[in-house]
Design a binder for this molecule. Structure first.
Ligand code: 13P
Length: 335
């Protein structure tokens, strides 16, 4: 078993999942201002530190994705943030893309940037304690989208990123996110997502990436947010069909993004994906909003109330971990 495969499995085995706390300062400001909290460096650290030092980390969270600001911060106890995460048994990770820009010659689409100087930045992050990384490519569904250009240029960037990350001794999380915005059907999401993922693996192979040392972070197969919802059972069947047909067997695991689903939807869908799992892949979560939303609401009411914030986060993490084992139920959710 390669070192990278060991790290990947340590992050996602036994129902553990990933806490995606890597919101850029721009995104974090939106999240904090939505609950009337000022987005200062101190407040961003304070909320995240409360999550990273909660009990739920030990049993449920195998990895935490950080943003550049956070990985360099010192917690109130004097420990570095990566040390605080490691003490709980989770592995610190880092988002290394630097966001999206309009794609030249298809300006309604996006290309993710951050390859320039990446090799040197990776060395710095490794020294700070990171053992895995994240890069997100983003694709919209529309009549002409995602275009072949967006699919192939983002796949190329994800592959170059992955090769550099493995060279530096870390596990790349490969996140091709097909957005849920629009009035398309789940069938269209299935076809587009399959095309996007297949192209990613074509490029990963070309760039000689060791597929046993990656984690794929895809969207679930859902209808657009302006279309009628389908059942969780249908979501799970379509998601499994997509991944079975587009992900090579060597990949150890898949950690879904929540992508705008509610906390309960993201949990219920993951639970059924695991109940119906007819693949060899570990299927778990790498949620941002679906792990943090309720906790952030509680914290915003009284930022001194650490206990209530942690209780809320612990419950969410526990529910997601039950779902990653196919053992979640509505009854446990409301207990
Ligand atoms: P959400 O779960 O909120 O979609 O965030 C996951 C993530 O890491 C997006 O890049």
């Amino acid at each position: 078993m390669s070192e990278l495969n060991k790290i990947a499995l340590q992050i996602i085995s036994n129902g553990k999942g990933i806490l995606a706390a890597d919101e850029s300062n721009g995104t974090m400001t939106k999240r904090l201002e939505a609950v009337n909290i000022k987005s200062t460096k101190e407040n961003r650290l304070s909320f995240r530190e409360i999550l990273f030092s909660s009990d739920g980390m030990k049993d449920c969270i195998g990895g935490v994705i950080l943003y550049d600001e956070t990985i360099n911060q010192i917690s109130s106890s004097g420990k570095s943030i990566p040390d605080l995460i490691s003490i709980s048994g989770a592995i610190p990770g880092i988002k290394v893309d630097i966001g999206t820009k309009d794609l030249a010659n298809s300006p309604k689409e996006k290309i993710t940037e951050g390859l320039d100087g990446l090799r040197d930045r990776l060395k710095k992050y490794y020294a700070l304690g990171a053992r895995f990384t994240k890069w997100r490519g983003v694709y919209s569904i529309g009549e002409k989208y995602p275009s072949e250009l967006a699919i192939s240029s983002n796949a190329h960037a994800l592959a170059r990123y992955s090769a550099l990350v493995q060279e530096s001794g870390m596990v790349p999380i490969i996140e091709p996110e097909v957005l849920m915005d629009g009035n398309h059907s789940a069938e269209v999401c299935l076809n587009k997502t399959s095309e996007v993922i297949k192209k990613c693996f074509e490029e990963l192979l070309l760039h000689k990436v060791d597929l046993s040392g990656i984690i794929l972070k895809p969207n679930m197969i859902l209808p657009g947010n302006l279309s009628e919802k389908i059942s969780s059972e249908e979501v799970s069947i379509k998601t499994l069909e997509c991944l079975k047909n587009s992900v090579p067997n060597e990949v150890p695991g898949i950690a879904f993004l929540s992508g705008g689903q509610s906390e309960i939807e993201a949990t219920e869908n993951l639970n059924l994906i695991n109940k119906n799992n007819n693949t060899n892949f570990i299927m778990t979560y790498s949620y941002g909003r679906a792990l943090q939303q309720s906790a952030l609401k509680v914290w915003s009411k009284d930022i001194k109330n650490i206990e209530a914030t942690q209780t809320t986060f612990n419950h969410r993490a526990k529910m997601c971990t039950l779902a990653a084992q196919g053992n979640w139920s509505n009854k446990l959710e409301n207990k």
